[in-house]
Design a protein around this ligand. Sequence first.
Ligand code: RTP
Ligand code: MG
Length: 147
Amino acid sequence: MERTFLMIKPDAIERGLIGEIVKRFERKGLQLTAAKLLQVSREQAERHYEEHAGKDFYEPLVEFVTSGPVFAMVWQGDRAIGLSRSLIGKTDALEAAPGTIRADFAVHTRLNLIHGSDSPESAEREIANFFTPEEMVNYTKSVQKWI
Ligand code: RTP
Ligand code: MG
C-alpha cells in the first residue's frame, strides 16, 4: 500500500476541472485519504518545489502555484504513486499520452493542471508540507478486495 500527494493546480480550479480530475482517481480504484482547498503560501510552495530551486522555470512555477487556490489531496492504494502519474501524463501536454489528464485538458508545460508525487520519499515529504497526521482519515472500503 502506498500514499501519494496530488495537488490540483490553480489553472484547473479556475477552469472548473476539480470534479473531472478527482473522478479519474476515484474510478481507478484509489482511495481518498485527505483533501482540502487552500491558498498555498510562498514558503510552502518553495518547500514543495525545493528540488527545482535555481532552474529557470522555478520562479514562474512558484508564482503560478501561489496565484490562486489549489485542491490538495492524499490518495492511497497499491502502487498509488506510479498509477497516479500514469493517469496524470507527462509534464508537457504535447508529450502526454491521449487519455491522460494533461493530454486531455492541458496545452502548455507549466499550466499542467495537477501535481503528483514521483517517489515514496517525495510523497512523505509533500504530504507533511500540506497535511497534519490528524487530517488523514483511516477507513476501509469493502470494494478494495475487488481492485
Ligand atoms: P509535478 O511535479 O507538478 O507533478 O510535475 P512533473 O513531475 O511532471 O514535472 P517536474 O519536472 O517535477 O516540474 C514541476 C512543474 O514545473 C513546471 N515546469 N515548467 N520547462 C518548463 O517551463 C517547466 N518544466 C516544468 C510544471 O508545472 C511542472 O509540473
Ligand atoms: Mg515533479
